[in-house]
Design a protein around this ligand. Structure first.
Ligand code: SAM
Length: 168
């Protein structure tokens, strides 16, 4: 299983701080690697992370790793399929890391766009314009009326988007 690349981790850590993001959400928590980066950024901004994970074994392991990093007070772990759990989380989101299976990304996009605050940030990992399987998400995202997006060739490839401000 691929964790967030260290360079991508550092970039999102910077983004969260510079945009003052407090309500953070990650989709695909796995063993808690990215959760540690996001929770650390949340501690700096005074925010909180909600980590969504479908695999029941991982949702038990991740809290142990986050606790070892001393950040457990910053994270709520929500088990289950994101397509069912996302609607239970308090909105608006300031920052979302989309890092589950790529085939779900297009399906998630409208829901995420409407739950982000204007000016909020969406980062999708493992998206590479040179990979055919990334095409549907890139097309959907770059044509989305609510989102402004750039492909960033860092780590395993990410799409960085913001929800447009109402006036733009
Ligand atoms: C690439 S891994 C996440 C890595 C993690 N973000 C990190 O950097 O440490 C993808 C994760 O998405 C989870 N996942 C896949 N489909 C999901 C779904 N429908 N709802 C929630 N989690 C899902 C998988 O179980 C897996 O743990």
């Amino acid at each position: 299983m691929l964790t967030l690349h260290p360079d991508t981790s550092r970039l999102v850590h910077i983004m969260i701080q510079s945009a003052g993001c407090k309500q953070l959400v990650e989709i695909g928590g796995a063993y808690g690697y990215s959760a540690i980066w996001l929770a650390h950024a949340a501690r700096i901004t005074g925010g909180q992370l909600t980590s969504l994970e479908i695999n029941p074994k991982l949702i038990e392991i991740a809290p142990q790793n986050v606790a070892e990093a001393g950040l457990i007070d910053r994270v709520e772990f929500v088990p289950g399929d994101v397509r069912e759990t996302l609607s239970t989380i308090e909105t608006p989101f300031d920052f979302v890391l989309l890092d589950c299976w790529e085939r779900l990304y297009v399906e998630m996009l409208d829901m995420l766009a409407t739950k982000l605050r204007p000016g909020g940030i969406l980062v999708a990992d493992n998206i590479d314009p040179d990979k055919e399987e990334s095409d549907p998400y890139i097309q959907a995202l770059h044509n989305h009326p609510l989102m402004e997006t750039v492909s960033v060739p860092i780590g395993r490839g990410i799409e960085v988007s913001t929800r447009r401000l109402a006036s733009t």
